[in-house]
Ligand binder design. Structure first.
Ligand SMILES: Nc1nc2c([nH]c(=O)n2[C@H]2C[C@H](O)[C@@H](COP(=O)(O)OP(=O)(O)OP(=O)(O)O)O2)c(=O)[nH]1
Length: 312
């Protein structure tokens, strides 16, 4: 099979997190299966323009703002498809099924319509990753002040935390990690432990964050629920794809305090590196919450922060 069907698909998400699924109408392949609204890209059309046209035709809405997100290739018996996913964050009009298809608003992590198109399972997992990855910073703040900031961050809705404390001795790190996990889980937040899968299991964390050396050396995905990896170039990002990890952090996007003088990718460089990847990538290095929009415009899933995550 040589021909690849190019498709634009939309994750239309409201500010409360609900996103829209549509049921495929009678007469199409996989009729009755649920999908993200969208459709085939026509000859000469860009993925973005196809998205805007399809959402107008299928749902009667006009897209105001859409960001490129993931690109997934999937082989069905009837076709090989390349799905260009966008996150549509602003639109005009109330979506309605113009082709008599049923629509349903769903929460990430709690989807209750079925069956979903087979290509979409990993996409839902990706959608369930939050926009902010907060990296612990107790070495600089001190453990007690850090724990206070952690409470505040959890109350404000932080849902993904990476424990990364290179200077702690093993016993302190174990106790610290266990406490972060305990507090995070009380708020429904997930925790990954930097570089140490055994420690992640021991303290009941959700997974591990591989450093780039581990990423390149590993033969298979570690067997934990959630696996991220730290990347600095395209080769490392492609290794994340091969190992079918859940997400990547790509750095440094901007000059940082922790790595002064290191050459930064810049937003354009970031966008070039993450183009057409199938998994979410967080922008890391010198970014703050104020950069979220910039990050989305350049293909990031969200931002990862050390200092900025814990500011009072
Ligand atoms: N729209 C959409 N298509 C998806 C998703 N996941 C997935 O595997 N696909 C596949 C199913 C189809 O093979 C292809 C989309 O083609 P389609 O037939 O729905 O496109 P269309 O709306 O332009 O259809 P048509 O009017 O030309 O018949 O992509 C998804 O989430 N949304």
């Amino acid at each position: 099979m040589t021909n690849v069907l190019e498709v634009a698909a939309a994750v239309m998400q409201r500010s409360d997190g609900e996103f829209l699924l549509a049921e495929r109408p009678v007469g199409k392949p996989y009729a009755g299966w649920w999908e993200f609204p969208g459709g085939k890209i026509e000859a000469g059309e860009s993925p973005y323009h196809a998205l805007v046209r399809e959402l107008h035709e299928e749902l009667g809405i006009d897209v105001d703002v859409a960001h490129p997100w993931l690109t997934r290739v999937y082989t069905y018996p009837h076709a090989k498809v390349r799905l260009h996913f966008f996150r549509v964050v602003s639109w005009h009009g109330e979506p309605h099924g113009k082709e008599n298809q049923r629509l349903s608003w769903q929460y990430p992590g709690a989807v209750n319509v079925t069956p979903l198109l087979p290509a979409n399972g990993p996409v839902l997992r990706s959608l369930n990753l939050p926009p902010v990855c907060a990296i612990t910073h107790a070495a600089e703040l001190g453990v007690e002040p850090f724990m206070e900031r952690l409470q505040a961050a959890l109350q404000q809705g932080v849902k993904l935390i990476q424990v990364r404390e290179k200077a702690m001795d093993a016993a302190t790190l174990r106790a610290f990690s266990a406490e972060v996990v305990r507090q995070a889980h009380a708020y429904g937040a997930r925790v990954v432990i930097n570089s140490d899968t055994a420690l992640a299991r021991e303290v009941g964390a959700d997974g591990v964050q591989l450093n780039s050396a581990q990423l390149m050396a590993l033969a298979a995905r570690p067997e934990v629920e959630l696996v991220g990896a730290s990347c600095h170039d395209r080769q490392e990002l492609e290794r994340v794809v091969e190992l079918e990890l859940d997400f990547a952090l790509l750095s440094p996007v901007l000059p940082t305090q922790s790595h002064p003088g290191a050459p930064a990718l810049g937003w354009e460089g970031f966008a070039r590196l993450v183009r057409d990847l199938p998994m979410p990538v967080y922008a890391l290095g010198g970014v703050s919450r104020a950069d979220m929009d910039e990050a989305w415009q350049h293909g990031a899933h969200g931002i990862a922060m050390l200092r900025g995550a814990w500011q009072a």
